[in-house]
Design a protein around this ligand. Structure first.
Ligand SMILES: [Zn+2]
Length: 587
């Protein structure tokens, strides 16, 4: 996972998507229609290989009753049926996001966005306009700057004071490693010239000649206490952030997602109140998507047996109709881009350095072993080719010892050696990827990776999403906020990126490793049947078939007839989860 910032043309339009939503955090309760529903008037692409296309389908309660011709469907539906006219659009299975953090990923993306702005004047002007529109009291938040957004490399608190007066304001950087704060925030947190730095030179406060903080906190140990103190981090803040993510998911066609880690404390246990709240939502009929959640481990010091036991406990304890916790998420490495992952060959610009993993192989093996023995799957964050090979070796060993039947996923796969690409299918390991990163993301990925890897290695191994599909592996997609911005979560944006390897909205981009492009059908498969398979839900959702749950999305234009560069502009007209309308933008 990397952290990005950007300013795409669709951002303004998507700011309004949230307004159309019913469900979570709103007052309305989701209900299935009592009359049967007949869907007709366009194309239906089922993702069922035995019957890929149909004219019509009928829903009764929360299940699909039949899929077929319009004449047959009319008879099955009867005269009382409620009709949904596709008006020439297309009906697809609901999108299943296989790796995201919708329960809290936007916690660092609240308030005013200054992403993509250059220079003090432009950034302060945006903040000034935004603050003027806010309620007169309370904490002010923002995000999206980078140290190089300012000539001085470091923003100052008095620049904000002039706009905010005595109200505290915190503005996180795009990757959330840095934080800019004003004088009111400094005072409210009791920061003075006497406050020691948490880790001098690494995690610290920038200071003036007298030792007073100038308004720039570097790294989490410096910023997190301030965020917590001012109420900008924790279960309540996570809840608030869901308005930017979960609440909008149905308007983006999402009906299910994999929660790849709720990170609001030192350990996985801190996530408990977040899951409790989501279950409460579900019981009140207000959860707009199905969720598969996780118990996570980020440290090799965690005890594998305890992790497996906690997963078993949460699987029993936190379960409702549309939410289950059944996967262990592990961060086996960091990111290739920040040199925190293991390479098979040294970095181009550092010929003796290959990076390293967070977990040693034997520790990964112990966790996989314990989790698999407890009857659950792993989802392993793994970014670079050396790390991927290490994890595949571990999964192969466990498989030899304990047999198959698991559905472990390796997520990210930014760099994979061609010899390892073929091993995913052979070992039954699922590959999860974020298509937007397989482009010149933020207009900087091509430059950054060329510097780190060189052109030949990029061509051979970088974001091998097409090679993975052609190798026969089960490939799934996920948008992975905060690795992308809130407006980059929609599956149609990710699908366009997978099909073009260009940034949506930038048709003149050069495709990043052009041979890794995939077909629209392959991209849809990743977001539907394959997503369902990863989450062990393929018997209930993922395709439009008789007897399955009515999870579907209606797009305003046929995605198969669309020019690849405009896929992200296709309107999501309607979304249904479990027979209930979760999004309805019909005119
Ligand atoms: Zn993630």
């Amino acid at each position: 996972m990397s952290f990005g910032f950007s300013s795409y043309p669709w951002r303004l339009a998507s700011a309004f998507l949230g307004l159309l939503v019913t469900g979570i955090l709103g007052n309305s309760t989701l209900q299935a229609s009592s009359a049967p529903i007949l869907i007709r008037g366009g194309s239906i692409f089922t993702m069922n290989s035995k019957q890929p296309w149909a004219q019509a389908l009928v829903i009764r309660g929360n299940r699909i009753e039949m899929v077929g011709s319009e004449a047959e469907a009319r008879i099955a539906a009867g005269s009382q049926a409620e009709e949904i006219d596709l008006k020439g659009g297309i009906c697809l299975p609901g999108f299943i996001d296989g790796h995201n953090h919708l329960a809290m990923g936007a916690i660092t993306k609240r308030g005013v966005s200054v992403a993509g702005l250059e220079g003090k004047a432009a950034i302060l002007s945006k903040i000034r306009t935004w603050v003027a529109q806010q309620p007169k009291e309370g904490l002010l938040l923002g995000y999206g700057w980078m140290p190089d957004s300012f000539k001085s490399g470091s923003p100052r608190r008095e620049w904000l004071d002039e706009i905010t007066g005595d109200r505290p304001m915190l503005i996180l950087s795009a990757d959330a490693h840095d934080m800019w704060f004003n004088t009111a925030a400094m005072k409210a947190c009791g920061l003075t010239d006497q406050t020691p730095d948490p880790e001098p030179g690494k995690q610290y406060y920038r200071r003036d000649d007298q030792g007073w903080p100038t308004g720039h906190a570097i790294e989490g140990a410096a910023s997190l206490p301030m965020l917590v103190r001012l109420g900008a981090f924790g279960p309540e803040a996570a809840r608030e952030s869901q308005k930017l993510t979960l609440a909008r998911a149905p308007a983006q066609g999402i009906t299910s997602y994999f929660e790849a880690g709720v990170l609001i404390g030192e350990t996985s246990d801190a996530a408990a109140p977040v899951y409790e709240q989501l279950i409460e939502d579900d019981r009140a009929g207000k959860l707009p998507v199905r969720i598969v959640g996780t118990v996570w481990t980020r440290s090799p010091d965690d005890d594998p047996k305890k992790i497996a036991a906690r997963l078993k406990e949460w699987n029993r304890k936190y379960a409702s109709e549309h939410l289950k916790i059944s996967v262990c998420k592990m961060w086996s490495d960091g990111t290739l881009m920040s040199r925190g992952a293991l390479l098979l060959d040294p970095f181009c610009d550092e010929p003796h350095v290959r990076g390293k993993m967070t977990f040693p192989p034997e520790k990964i093996e112990a966790v996989v072993d314990a989790v698999q023995q407890a009857g659950f799957d792993m989802h392993i964050h793994t970014d670079a080719d050396g790390s991927v090979r290490t994890v595949l070796d571990v999964l192969e060993k466990v498989r030899q010892r304990r047999g198959g039947g698991f559905r472990h996923t390796i997520a990210h796969n930014s760099l994979v050696h061609p010899e390892d690409v073929a091993r995913f299918a052979a070992l039954g390991v699922i590959a999860n990827v974020t298509p937007l990163w397989g482009t010149d993301y933020n207009g900087s990925y091509r430059t950054i990776y060329t510097k780190l890897l060189g052109a030949a290695r990029m061509e051979e191994r970088l974001f091998p999403y097409g090679d993975l599909v052609r190798s026969g592996a089960v490939v799934t997609y996920g948008a992975d906020i905060p690795g992308v911005d809130v407006d980059e979560i929609p599956p149609l944006i990710q699908i366009e990126a997978a099909v073009t390897r260009k940034r949506p909205g930038y048709p003149k981009d050069l495709p990043l490793v052009a041979r890794q492009r995939v077909s629209v059908e392959d991209a849809l498969r990743a977001y539907t049947v394959h997503g369902a398979y990863q989450l062990r839900m393929e018997k209930e959702v993922g395709s439009l078939e008789k007897g399955k749950k009515a999870d579907l999305v209606v797009l305003g234009r046929n995605i198969f007839e669309e020019s690849p560069e405009t896929i992200h502009t296709i309107p999501v007209v309607l979304t249904m989860m479990d027979g209930r309308l979760t999004h309805d933008a019909r005119p």
